[in-house]
Design a protein around this ligand. Sequence first.
Ligand SMILES: Nc1ncnc2c1ncn2[C@@H]1O[C@H](COP(=O)(O)OP(=O)(O)OP(=O)(O)O)[C@@H](O)[C@H]1O
Length: 443
Amino acid sequence: MRPRILIADDEPTIRKLLKLEFERAAFLVDLANDGNMALTLLQNVRYDAAVLDISMPVCDGLQVLRAIRQQGLPMIVVMMTAYGSIDGAVTAMKMQADDYITKPFDPPDLVEKVEQIRRVRQRMAQLGRPHAVQTPTLIGKSAAIVQIRTTVEKIRNRNTTVLITGESGTGKGVVAKYLHLTSDRRSLPFTHIDCASLPHNLIESELFGYEKGAFTGATAQKKGKLELAGQGTLFLDEIGTLSPELQAKLLVALQERRFTRLGGTQDIPIEARIVAATNENLEQSVADGTFRADLYYRLSIVCIECPPLRNHREDIPELARTFIRSHMEKTGVALERVDDDIFDVLMAYDWPGNVRELENTLESAVVLSDGRHLHASDLPKKITSCAGGHSACASPLSLENQEIMAILAALEKHGGHREHTAQELGISRRSLQYKLAKYHLNK
Ligand SMILES: Nc1ncnc2c1ncn2[C@@H]1O[C@H](COP(=O)(O)OP(=O)(O)OP(=O)(O)O)[C@@H](O)[C@H]1O
Protein backbone atom coordinates (compact mmCIF):
# COMPACT_ATOMS: atom_id res chain seq x y z
CA MET A 1 0.00 0.00 0.00
CA ARG A 2 1.28 3.48 -0.83
CA PRO A 3 2.27 5.51 2.25
CA ARG A 4 0.24 8.66 2.89
CA ILE A 5 1.87 11.91 3.97
CA LEU A 6 0.57 15.25 5.20
CA ILE A 7 2.55 18.35 4.26
CA ALA A 8 1.76 21.56 6.16
CA ASP A 9 3.42 24.80 5.14
CA ASP A 10 2.10 28.32 4.53
CA GLU A 11 4.43 28.85 1.56
CA PRO A 12 2.68 27.67 -1.65
CA THR A 13 5.96 27.06 -3.55
CA ILE A 14 7.29 24.75 -0.87
CA ARG A 15 3.99 22.82 -0.74
CA LYS A 16 4.08 22.39 -4.49
CA LEU A 17 7.73 21.28 -4.63
CA LEU A 18 7.32 18.81 -1.79
CA LYS A 19 4.12 17.36 -3.27
CA LEU A 20 5.95 16.65 -6.54
CA GLU A 21 8.93 15.09 -4.81
CA PHE A 22 6.92 12.87 -2.44
CA GLU A 23 4.63 11.76 -5.27
CA ARG A 24 7.72 10.82 -7.26
CA ALA A 25 8.68 8.61 -4.29
CA ALA A 26 5.21 6.92 -4.51
CA PHE A 27 3.60 8.73 -1.55
CA LEU A 28 -0.04 9.84 -1.51
CA VAL A 29 0.13 13.50 -0.55
CA ASP A 30 -2.32 15.83 1.25
CA LEU A 31 -1.53 19.51 1.65
CA ALA A 32 -2.42 21.97 4.43
CA ASN A 33 -1.86 25.74 4.26
CA ASP A 34 -1.73 26.13 8.04
CA GLY A 35 -1.85 24.26 11.33
CA ASN A 36 -5.64 24.38 11.69
CA MET A 37 -6.14 22.75 8.32
CA ALA A 38 -3.55 20.11 9.27
CA LEU A 39 -5.45 19.35 12.50
CA THR A 40 -8.72 18.95 10.58
CA LEU A 41 -7.13 16.57 8.09
CA LEU A 42 -5.54 14.58 10.94
CA GLN A 43 -8.98 13.98 12.45
CA ASN A 44 -10.28 12.41 9.27
CA VAL A 45 -7.36 10.66 7.59
CA ARG A 46 -4.76 8.14 8.81
CA TYR A 47 -1.27 9.23 7.85
CA ASP A 48 2.03 7.38 7.86
CA ALA A 49 3.99 10.61 8.05
CA ALA A 50 3.71 14.37 8.36
CA VAL A 51 6.09 17.14 7.40
CA LEU A 52 5.25 20.31 9.35
CA ASP A 53 6.62 23.80 9.09
CA ILE A 54 7.30 25.09 12.60
CA SER A 55 6.30 28.67 11.91
CA MET A 56 2.84 28.95 10.40
CA PRO A 57 0.27 31.65 11.22
CA VAL A 58 -2.64 30.96 13.61
CA CYS A 59 -1.64 27.45 14.64
CA ASP A 60 2.03 26.55 14.28
CA GLY A 61 3.74 23.24 13.56
CA LEU A 62 4.63 22.64 17.22
CA GLN A 63 0.93 22.80 18.18
CA VAL A 64 0.15 20.23 15.48
CA LEU A 65 3.04 18.05 16.70
CA ARG A 66 1.74 18.29 20.28
CA ALA A 67 -1.74 17.21 19.17
CA ILE A 68 -0.30 14.26 17.20
CA ARG A 69 1.75 12.99 20.15
CA GLN A 70 -1.05 13.65 22.70
CA GLN A 71 -3.43 11.54 20.61
CA GLY A 72 -0.75 8.84 20.43
CA LEU A 73 -0.80 8.79 16.61
CA PRO A 74 2.11 6.54 15.63
CA MET A 75 3.03 8.54 12.52
CA ILE A 76 6.47 9.84 11.57
CA VAL A 77 6.79 13.60 12.08
CA VAL A 78 9.57 15.69 10.56
CA MET A 79 9.64 19.42 11.29
CA MET A 80 10.85 22.13 8.93
CA THR A 81 12.62 25.02 10.67
CA ALA A 82 13.95 28.30 9.45
CA TYR A 83 17.72 28.61 9.12
CA GLY A 84 19.21 29.57 12.46
CA SER A 85 16.10 28.88 14.58
CA ILE A 86 17.69 26.09 16.57
CA ASP A 87 15.35 26.65 19.56
CA GLY A 88 12.31 25.47 17.62
CA ALA A 89 14.19 22.40 16.43
CA VAL A 90 15.26 21.53 19.97
CA THR A 91 11.73 21.93 21.30
CA ALA A 92 10.41 19.79 18.44
CA MET A 93 12.86 16.98 19.17
CA LYS A 94 11.94 17.07 22.84
CA MET A 95 8.26 16.89 21.87
CA GLN A 96 9.16 13.68 20.07
CA ALA A 97 9.41 14.80 16.50
CA ASP A 98 11.35 12.11 14.63
CA ASP A 99 13.68 14.59 12.97
CA TYR A 100 13.91 18.11 11.59
CA ILE A 101 15.30 19.78 8.50
CA THR A 102 16.53 23.35 8.20
CA LYS A 103 15.30 25.59 5.40
CA PRO A 104 16.44 26.03 2.68
CA PHE A 105 16.86 22.35 1.79
CA ASP A 106 16.72 20.12 -1.27
CA PRO A 107 13.33 18.36 -1.41
CA PRO A 108 14.98 14.95 -2.18
CA ASP A 109 16.89 15.25 1.14
CA LEU A 110 13.62 15.55 3.01
CA VAL A 111 12.14 12.56 1.18
CA GLU A 112 15.29 10.56 2.04
CA LYS A 113 14.94 11.56 5.72
CA VAL A 114 11.35 10.32 5.85
CA GLU A 115 12.27 7.11 3.96
CA GLN A 116 15.17 6.45 6.32
CA ILE A 117 12.92 6.77 9.40
CA ARG A 118 10.38 4.45 7.73
CA ARG A 119 13.10 1.84 7.11
CA VAL A 120 14.21 1.98 10.77
CA ARG A 121 10.61 1.67 11.97
CA GLN A 122 9.86 -1.23 9.64
CA ARG A 123 12.97 -3.06 10.80
CA MET A 124 12.07 -2.41 14.46
CA ALA A 125 8.60 -3.81 13.81
CA GLN A 126 10.10 -6.96 12.21
CA LEU A 127 12.36 -7.38 15.23
CA GLY A 128 9.41 -7.34 17.63
CA ARG A 129 8.51 -5.08 20.51
CA PRO A 130 11.33 -3.28 22.25
CA HIS A 131 12.37 -4.41 25.72
CA ALA A 132 12.73 -1.82 28.42
CA VAL A 133 16.10 -0.09 28.24
CA GLN A 134 18.01 0.45 31.46
CA THR A 135 18.34 4.02 32.63
CA PRO A 136 21.87 5.00 31.70
CA THR A 137 24.22 6.15 34.41
CA LEU A 138 26.66 9.00 33.90
CA ILE A 139 29.19 7.49 31.51
CA GLY A 140 32.63 8.93 30.86
CA LYS A 141 36.18 9.17 32.21
CA SER A 142 37.19 12.50 30.67
CA ALA A 143 38.30 15.28 33.00
CA ALA A 144 35.00 17.12 32.48
CA ILE A 145 32.82 14.14 33.41
CA VAL A 146 35.06 13.22 36.37
CA GLN A 147 34.68 16.83 37.55
CA ILE A 148 30.88 16.49 37.39
CA ARG A 149 31.02 13.29 39.46
CA THR A 150 33.24 15.01 42.04
CA THR A 151 30.82 17.93 42.36
CA VAL A 152 27.85 15.58 42.68
CA GLU A 153 29.70 13.61 45.35
CA LYS A 154 30.22 16.83 47.34
CA ILE A 155 26.67 18.13 47.18
CA ARG A 156 24.52 15.03 46.85
CA ASN A 157 23.18 15.11 50.41
CA ARG A 158 22.97 18.88 50.82
CA ASN A 159 19.79 20.75 50.12
CA THR A 160 21.39 23.30 47.81
CA THR A 161 19.69 24.31 44.58
CA VAL A 162 21.65 23.20 41.53
CA LEU A 163 21.76 24.70 38.05
CA ILE A 164 22.91 22.40 35.23
CA THR A 165 23.96 24.09 32.00
CA GLY A 166 25.03 22.80 28.61
CA GLU A 167 23.95 22.47 24.99
CA SER A 168 20.99 20.30 24.13
CA GLY A 169 21.69 16.56 24.37
CA THR A 170 24.79 16.90 26.56
CA GLY A 171 23.26 14.94 29.45
CA LYS A 172 21.79 17.59 31.77
CA GLY A 173 18.84 15.31 32.49
CA VAL A 174 21.22 12.41 33.11
CA VAL A 175 23.21 14.48 35.61
CA ALA A 176 20.02 15.56 37.43
CA LYS A 177 18.94 11.91 37.71
CA TYR A 178 22.44 10.83 38.74
CA LEU A 179 22.43 13.45 41.51
CA HIS A 180 19.05 12.21 42.71
CA LEU A 181 19.98 8.52 42.56
CA THR A 182 23.24 8.97 44.44
CA SER A 183 21.63 11.12 47.17
CA ASP A 184 19.75 9.93 50.21
CA ARG A 185 16.56 11.04 48.43
CA ARG A 186 16.95 8.19 45.91
CA SER A 187 13.86 6.28 47.07
CA LEU A 188 11.71 9.45 46.95
CA PRO A 189 10.11 10.88 43.78
CA PHE A 190 12.16 12.41 40.96
CA THR A 191 9.70 14.80 39.36
CA HIS A 192 10.40 16.42 36.00
CA ILE A 193 8.79 19.42 34.34
CA ASP A 194 9.86 20.67 30.92
CA CYS A 195 9.20 24.40 30.94
CA ALA A 196 9.75 24.67 27.17
CA SER A 197 7.24 22.12 25.94
CA LEU A 198 4.14 23.49 27.68
CA PRO A 199 2.29 26.76 27.06
CA HIS A 200 2.92 29.33 29.82
CA ASN A 201 -0.53 29.09 31.40
CA LEU A 202 -0.21 25.30 31.68
CA ILE A 203 3.21 25.47 33.34
CA GLU A 204 1.79 27.53 36.17
CA SER A 205 -0.90 24.98 36.98
CA GLU A 206 1.54 22.07 36.42
CA LEU A 207 3.97 23.61 38.90
CA PHE A 208 1.65 24.96 41.56
CA GLY A 209 -1.48 22.83 41.09
CA TYR A 210 -4.98 24.21 41.50
CA GLU A 211 -8.15 23.99 43.56
CA LYS A 212 -11.48 22.91 42.14
CA GLY A 213 -13.13 25.92 40.44
CA ALA A 214 -9.89 27.96 40.24
CA PHE A 215 -10.60 28.54 36.53
CA THR A 216 -12.95 27.27 33.85
CA GLY A 217 -12.24 23.58 33.39
CA ALA A 218 -10.76 23.07 36.88
CA THR A 219 -13.37 20.45 37.79
CA ALA A 220 -11.33 18.87 40.58
CA GLN A 221 -8.36 19.73 42.77
CA LYS A 222 -4.97 18.94 41.19
CA LYS A 223 -1.61 18.83 42.94
CA GLY A 224 1.28 20.55 41.21
CA LYS A 225 4.78 19.20 40.67
CA LEU A 226 6.19 21.27 43.56
CA GLU A 227 3.87 19.33 45.83
CA LEU A 228 4.13 15.96 44.09
CA ALA A 229 7.93 16.03 44.35
CA GLY A 230 7.51 15.73 48.14
CA GLN A 231 10.94 15.41 49.73
CA GLY A 232 12.44 14.10 46.50
CA THR A 233 13.90 16.11 43.63
CA LEU A 234 12.08 18.55 41.36
CA PHE A 235 13.86 18.91 38.02
CA LEU A 236 12.93 22.15 36.25
CA ASP A 237 14.15 21.61 32.68
CA GLU A 238 14.64 24.55 30.25
CA ILE A 239 14.18 27.06 33.07
CA GLY A 240 15.34 29.87 30.75
CA THR A 241 12.03 29.77 28.88
CA LEU A 242 9.88 30.72 31.92
CA SER A 243 7.81 33.86 31.41
CA PRO A 244 8.66 36.92 33.58
CA GLU A 245 5.45 36.42 35.62
CA LEU A 246 6.32 32.82 36.39
CA GLN A 247 9.93 33.71 37.17
CA ALA A 248 8.62 36.16 39.78
CA LYS A 249 6.19 33.63 41.24
CA LEU A 250 8.79 30.87 41.38
CA LEU A 251 11.30 33.19 43.04
CA VAL A 252 8.87 34.04 45.85
CA ALA A 253 8.03 30.36 46.33
CA LEU A 254 11.71 29.37 46.51
CA GLN A 255 12.57 32.22 48.88
CA GLU A 256 9.74 31.42 51.25
CA ARG A 257 9.93 27.69 50.59
CA ARG A 258 6.16 27.56 50.39
CA PHE A 259 3.36 28.31 47.93
CA THR A 260 -0.40 28.02 47.47
CA ARG A 261 -2.28 26.12 44.76
CA LEU A 262 -4.01 28.34 42.13
CA GLY A 263 -7.29 29.49 43.65
CA GLY A 264 -6.20 28.16 47.06
CA THR A 265 -5.31 29.75 50.39
CA GLN A 266 -3.51 26.95 52.20
CA ASP A 267 0.30 27.28 52.43
CA ILE A 268 2.14 24.22 51.19
CA PRO A 269 5.81 23.79 52.16
CA ILE A 270 8.45 23.08 49.50
CA GLU A 271 10.54 20.18 50.74
CA ALA A 272 11.96 18.95 47.47
CA ARG A 273 15.47 19.68 46.28
CA ILE A 274 15.29 21.98 43.26
CA VAL A 275 17.51 21.19 40.28
CA ALA A 276 17.15 23.43 37.22
CA ALA A 277 18.66 23.05 33.75
CA THR A 278 19.06 25.24 30.73
CA ASN A 279 20.76 25.20 27.35
CA GLU A 280 20.69 28.98 27.24
CA ASN A 281 23.40 31.28 28.51
CA LEU A 282 21.43 32.49 31.53
CA GLU A 283 24.07 35.05 32.51
CA GLN A 284 23.55 36.60 29.09
CA SER A 285 19.75 36.44 29.56
CA VAL A 286 20.21 38.26 32.87
CA ALA A 287 22.34 40.89 31.11
CA ASP A 288 19.70 41.18 28.37
CA GLY A 289 16.97 41.58 30.99
CA THR A 290 15.00 38.47 29.94
CA PHE A 291 15.85 36.45 33.05
CA ARG A 292 15.66 37.78 36.61
CA ALA A 293 19.05 38.15 38.24
CA ASP A 294 17.67 37.31 41.71
CA LEU A 295 16.16 34.05 40.44
CA TYR A 296 19.39 33.21 38.60
CA TYR A 297 21.45 33.65 41.80
CA ARG A 298 18.98 31.60 43.82
CA LEU A 299 19.04 28.74 41.30
CA SER A 300 22.77 28.75 40.65
CA ILE A 301 24.05 28.20 44.17
CA VAL A 302 25.90 25.23 42.68
CA CYS A 303 26.50 25.17 38.91
CA ILE A 304 27.33 22.07 36.91
CA GLU A 305 28.36 22.47 33.29
CA CYS A 306 27.82 19.59 30.87
CA PRO A 307 30.41 19.84 28.09
CA PRO A 308 29.50 19.46 24.43
CA LEU A 309 30.49 16.00 23.19
CA ARG A 310 33.08 17.46 20.77
CA ASN A 311 35.01 18.66 23.84
CA HIS A 312 35.26 15.21 25.43
CA ARG A 313 35.67 12.94 22.41
CA GLU A 314 37.70 10.50 24.49
CA ASP A 315 34.39 9.35 26.07
CA ILE A 316 32.88 8.48 22.67
CA PRO A 317 34.09 4.83 22.53
CA GLU A 318 32.69 4.02 25.98
CA LEU A 319 29.41 5.83 25.30
CA ALA A 320 29.14 4.16 21.89
CA ARG A 321 29.77 0.65 23.28
CA THR A 322 27.10 1.21 25.94
CA PHE A 323 24.57 2.46 23.40
CA ILE A 324 25.32 -0.38 20.97
CA ARG A 325 24.83 -2.92 23.80
CA SER A 326 21.61 -1.33 24.98
CA HIS A 327 20.20 -1.07 21.43
CA MET A 328 21.08 -4.74 20.88
CA GLU A 329 19.08 -5.60 24.01
CA LYS A 330 16.23 -3.33 22.99
CA THR A 331 15.93 -4.59 19.44
CA GLY A 332 17.01 -8.20 19.93
CA VAL A 333 19.70 -7.81 17.24
CA ALA A 334 22.59 -10.07 18.34
CA LEU A 335 25.67 -8.52 16.72
CA GLU A 336 28.73 -10.78 16.73
CA ARG A 337 31.24 -8.10 15.79
CA VAL A 338 31.65 -4.35 15.85
CA ASP A 339 34.42 -2.97 13.61
CA ASP A 340 37.05 -1.07 15.58
CA ASP A 341 37.29 1.66 12.95
CA ILE A 342 33.71 2.66 13.77
CA PHE A 343 35.04 4.38 16.91
CA ASP A 344 37.58 6.42 14.91
CA VAL A 345 34.79 7.55 12.60
CA LEU A 346 32.56 8.48 15.54
CA MET A 347 35.39 10.45 17.17
CA ALA A 348 36.05 12.46 14.03
CA TYR A 349 32.53 13.89 13.85
CA ASP A 350 31.52 17.07 15.68
CA TRP A 351 28.12 15.88 17.08
CA PRO A 352 26.10 19.13 17.07
CA GLY A 353 23.27 17.19 18.76
CA ASN A 354 25.76 15.83 21.32
CA VAL A 355 25.26 12.51 23.16
CA ARG A 356 21.60 12.32 22.10
CA GLU A 357 22.65 12.40 18.43
CA LEU A 358 25.31 9.73 19.08
CA GLU A 359 22.72 7.51 20.76
CA ASN A 360 20.14 7.93 17.97
CA THR A 361 22.76 7.38 15.27
CA LEU A 362 23.87 4.10 16.83
CA GLU A 363 20.29 2.93 17.24
CA SER A 364 19.69 3.39 13.49
CA ALA A 365 23.05 1.77 12.67
CA VAL A 366 22.29 -1.31 14.80
CA VAL A 367 18.82 -1.67 13.30
CA LEU A 368 20.00 -1.19 9.72
CA SER A 369 23.09 -3.45 10.05
CA ASP A 370 23.09 -6.95 8.56
CA GLY A 371 22.34 -8.20 12.10
CA ARG A 372 25.74 -9.84 12.66
CA HIS A 373 28.44 -7.32 11.97
CA LEU A 374 28.41 -3.56 12.56
CA HIS A 375 30.58 -1.74 10.01
CA ALA A 376 31.55 1.92 9.85
CA SER A 377 29.62 1.99 6.57
CA ASP A 378 26.39 1.37 8.54
CA LEU A 379 26.73 4.96 9.82
CA PRO A 380 25.14 7.85 7.92
CA LYS A 381 27.25 9.45 5.19
CA LYS A 382 27.41 12.83 6.94
CA ILE A 383 29.37 11.06 9.71
CA THR A 384 31.59 8.75 7.65
CA SER A 385 32.56 11.58 5.32
CA CYS A 386 33.96 13.56 8.28
CA ALA A 387 36.50 10.83 9.01
CA GLY A 388 37.93 11.30 5.51
CA GLY A 389 38.06 15.07 5.97
CA HIS A 390 35.35 15.41 3.32
CA SER A 391 33.91 18.86 2.75
CA ALA A 392 30.40 17.55 3.46
CA CYS A 393 31.34 17.44 7.13
CA ALA A 394 29.03 19.79 9.07
CA SER A 395 31.97 21.30 10.84
CA PRO A 396 35.43 20.22 9.68
CA LEU A 397 37.88 19.18 12.36
CA SER A 398 39.82 22.11 13.72
CA LEU A 399 43.60 21.83 14.02
CA GLU A 400 43.15 21.39 17.77
CA ASN A 401 40.75 18.52 17.28
CA GLN A 402 43.05 16.87 14.76
CA GLU A 403 45.82 17.11 17.33
CA ILE A 404 43.58 15.57 20.01
CA MET A 405 42.67 12.73 17.66
CA ALA A 406 46.33 12.05 16.85
CA ILE A 407 47.29 12.05 20.55
CA LEU A 408 44.42 9.73 21.49
CA ALA A 409 45.22 7.30 18.67
CA ALA A 410 48.92 7.20 19.67
CA LEU A 411 48.07 6.74 23.37
CA GLU A 412 45.75 3.88 22.52
CA LYS A 413 48.35 2.25 20.26
CA HIS A 414 50.95 2.33 23.04
CA GLY A 415 48.63 1.34 25.86
CA GLY A 416 48.96 4.78 27.49
CA HIS A 417 52.81 4.61 27.61
CA ARG A 418 53.85 8.28 27.54
CA GLU A 419 57.43 7.83 26.30
CA HIS A 420 56.39 5.68 23.33
CA THR A 421 53.41 7.92 22.56
CA ALA A 422 55.65 11.01 22.45
CA GLN A 423 58.11 9.19 20.17
CA GLU A 424 55.33 8.15 17.83
CA LEU A 425 54.10 11.76 17.65
CA GLY A 426 57.62 13.09 17.17
CA ILE A 427 57.43 15.41 20.20
CA SER A 428 59.19 15.51 23.55
CA ARG A 429 57.69 13.86 26.62
CA ARG A 430 57.33 17.29 28.24
CA SER A 431 55.50 18.62 25.25
CA LEU A 432 53.16 15.61 25.34
CA GLN A 433 52.58 16.21 29.04
CA TYR A 434 51.72 19.84 28.29
CA LYS A 435 49.25 18.88 25.52
CA LEU A 436 47.60 16.22 27.70
CA ALA A 437 46.99 18.84 30.38
CA LYS A 438 45.88 21.48 27.84
CA TYR A 439 43.25 19.19 26.33
CA HIS A 440 42.25 17.59 29.63
CA LEU A 441 43.34 14.18 28.37
CA ASN A 442 45.01 13.08 31.60
CA LYS A 443 42.81 10.34 33.02
N1 LIG B 1 27.32 11.01 30.22
C1 LIG B 1 26.27 10.29 29.75
N2 LIG B 1 26.17 8.99 30.04
C2 LIG B 1 25.15 8.25 29.56
N3 LIG B 1 24.19 8.71 28.75
C3 LIG B 1 24.24 9.99 28.43
C4 LIG B 1 25.27 10.86 28.92
N4 LIG B 1 25.05 12.08 28.44
C5 LIG B 1 23.94 12.01 27.71
N5 LIG B 1 23.44 10.76 27.69
C6 LIG B 1 22.26 10.28 26.92
O1 LIG B 1 22.03 11.27 25.91
C7 LIG B 1 20.65 11.55 25.79
C8 LIG B 1 20.41 13.02 26.03
O2 LIG B 1 20.64 13.30 27.40
P1 LIG B 1 19.76 14.35 28.21
O3 LIG B 1 18.32 14.25 27.83
O4 LIG B 1 20.11 14.21 29.65
O5 LIG B 1 20.37 15.69 27.59
P2 LIG B 1 19.96 17.19 27.93
O6 LIG B 1 21.22 17.97 28.00
O7 LIG B 1 19.08 17.22 29.16
O8 LIG B 1 19.16 17.59 26.63
P3 LIG B 1 18.03 18.74 26.45
O9 LIG B 1 18.66 20.06 26.79
O10 LIG B 1 17.67 18.65 25.00
O11 LIG B 1 16.91 18.37 27.38
C9 LIG B 1 19.92 10.66 26.77
O12 LIG B 1 19.39 9.54 26.10
C10 LIG B 1 20.99 10.24 27.74
O13 LIG B 1 20.72 8.97 28.23
